[in-house]
Ligand binder design. Structure first.
Ligand code: GLN
Length: 279
């Protein structure tokens, strides 16, 4: 028989070798196959699946067995309590990046108009979250990837935001000569020879969004250097980086004459974002 409970137990056992969250993965995929919320699975453990539902579930399960990340199978991921569409053209939103939102919201006054620039926006999570939380802000967001910009625009439409514009640029290359109050980025920063690029979900993500030359520091250097010409006096620069990059990123910011340089840790206690103020 193919009850919800038996199907889930079997799927979790199948996924255990490839996933640290086998039961959760199985539940998410079954919700997708049944087009029901997770509460439904708990409420009706004895309910039998129709052959068609079982076939859809098996197809989803097989993708996960081959390693494909859950977010790419379902096409969704939550960030700062909003749902975002994702595809293999963009990084999967990570809880670590919510640190950038927390810090930005503390920097941007709730009432005052201001201008923000998000570099390498990907699915648009940073730009869209800030545009939604700070409706008086004017947000610009760039990415080099046209495929990523398509996803970001879909997400902005989905959240009905009009205080945001997306365009293609290679970092600052096509950014007009204007000044911003906050420049923010979650750039690629993993060293190119880092073993963890060959492991788990990361293998399926766009490599150009993940890793950079110079031990992962090349793009951070580029951004921090050029941002000086695009920041208002007193403007803020905030960049996400690797757990092991606090020292070089702080040294870089200080060399470039940013003030109040400070690094903040993510929820798992890892140094994750460095701040600097343009004097
Ligand atoms: N934090 C991500 C990871 O370690 C990398 C994200 C990024 O390169 N911007 O997988």
């Amino acid at each position: 028989m193919h009850s919800i409970k038996s199907v889930l137990d079997e799927a979790a056992a199948t996924l255990a070798p490839v996933s640290d969250s086998a039961m959760l993965d199985a539940e998410i995929l079954l919700c997708q196959a049944l087009d029901k919320p997770r509460s439904y699975l708990r409420a009706w453990p004895g309910k039998q699946l129709l052959p068609k539902q079982l076939a859809i579930f098996k197809a989803l399960l097989e993708q996960r067995q081959q390693g494909k990340p859950i977010a790419y199978i379902t096409g969704q991921r939550e960030f700062w309590s909003r749902d975002f569409q994702v595809s293999p053209d963009v990084l999967i939103p990570r809880p670590d990046t919510e640190l950038l939102i927390e810090l930005s919201l503390a920097l941007i006054p709730a009432e005052q108009p201001c201008t923000l620039l998000d570099l390498g926006t990907g699915s648009g999570i940073i730009a869209i979250t800030l545009a939604a939380e700070r409706p008086q802000a004017q947000v610009s967001a760039i990415d080099f990837s046209l495929a990523a910009l398509d996803i970001a625009k879909l997400n902005a439409d989905r959240h009905k935001l009009s205080n945001i514009e997306f365009y293609r640029s290679d970092w600052f290359a096509s950014v007009p000569a204007t000044k911003f109050d906050l420049i923010i980025s979650n750039p690629p920063y993993i060293a190119e020879d880092d073993a963890h690029l060959q492991q788990g979900d990361v293998r399926f993500e766009p490599r150009t969004a993940l890793s950079a030359p110079e031990q992962g520091l090349a793009d951070i250097r580029m951004i921090a250097t050029a941002a000086r010409d695009y920041l208002n006096p007193g403007g803020h620069l905030l960049i996400e980086h690797g757990y092991n990059q606090q020292q070089p990123v702080q040294a870089l910011f200080k060399d470039l004459h940013y003030a109040k340089v400070q690094t903040y840790s993510d929820l798992s206690g890892q140094p994750r974002a460095t701040y600097g103020q343009w004097p």
